[in-house]
Design a protein around this ligand. Structure first.
Ligand SMILES: Cc1cc2nc3c(=O)[nH]c(=O)nc-3n(C[C@H](O)[C@H](O)[C@H](O)COP(=O)(O)O)c2cc1C
Length: 211
């Protein structure tokens, strides 16, 4: 089994990477492979709501100039994903927002690429906005009917300069527990295949409140 760790920070070796790697170390200890996908180091466009991904049904975004399209197959192949973002003005990073809006929209309108995979979110924060960012990241997992493991606290960790989160002993424990619980959930899902039938997908009912 494999889990993709998605780092939305412009710092590839910053605090978000450390949080993700702490989750990843527990996954590795449980025999699950991990791969880090750095999406914060080069610009990523936002969604331009052109509808091409819905029209073409080719599992691709019409914008082909950044990391989004090459990442979609990696998400499709993974058994699980962990979304990680630094807190920027009490929000996720701009790159992370552009990346997730586009990848998850492509997924949602192309039959649910991520449906029933395991997904979790983490955030690195100096002081305030961390809970909000974990909630924002979780919104994407929830929309796509993903299975979400938890920890013994909300999954954020505190630090400003790279490496400082290691001093947040509680935050590091939260990441370790998330990794352990995620590994267990992944194994439950894997062992349930062919034993417990998952619910069939329903076409989405759109009720736009405008008549
Ligand atoms: C543009 C920008 C905005 C930030 N906004 C916040 C904020 O709203 N609240 C906060 O506590 N920290 C804020 N920070 C600090 C980062 O969240 C913190 O340094 C975090 O550890 C960075 O993670 P990274 O090393 O993975 O990039 C901000 C940093 C930047 C660069």
């Amino acid at each position: 089994m494999k889990v993709l760790l998605i780092n939305g920070s412009p710092r590839s070796k910053g605090n978000t990477a450390l949080a993700l790697n702490t989750v990843g170390a527990e996954l590795n200890a449980a025999g699950i492979q991990t791969e880090m996908l750095q999406i914060g180091t080069k610009p990523v466009s936002g969604c331009i709501h052109c509808g091409t991904c819905r029209k073409k049904q080719n599992m691709k975004c019409a914008i082909d100039t950044d990391i989004v399209n090459s990442s979609i197959p990696l998400l499709a192949e993974a058994d699980g994903i962990v979304l990680g973002s630094p807190v920027h003005f009490a929000n996720m990073s701009g790159n992370m927002k552009g990346f997730l809006d586009r990848v998850f929209y492509v997924s949602a309108v192309n039959g649910g690429l991520l449906r029933h995979k395991v997904g979790a979110s983490v955030a690195a924060v100096r002081r305030a906005g961390g809970i909000h960012v974990v909630d924002q990241l979780n919104k994407y997992l929830q929309y796509n009917e993903m299975l979400m493991p938890n920890s013994n606290y909300w999954t954020l960790t505190y630090g400003m300069n790279p490496g400082e989160v290691e001093q947040d002993l509680e935050g590091m424990q939260v990441m370790r527990m998330l990794g352990k619980n995620m590994a267990w959930l992944l194994k439950l899902v894997e062992n349930g295949k062919g034993v417990v039938t998952p619910p069939a997908r329903e076409d989405k009912v759109y009720m736009n409140f405008i008549r």
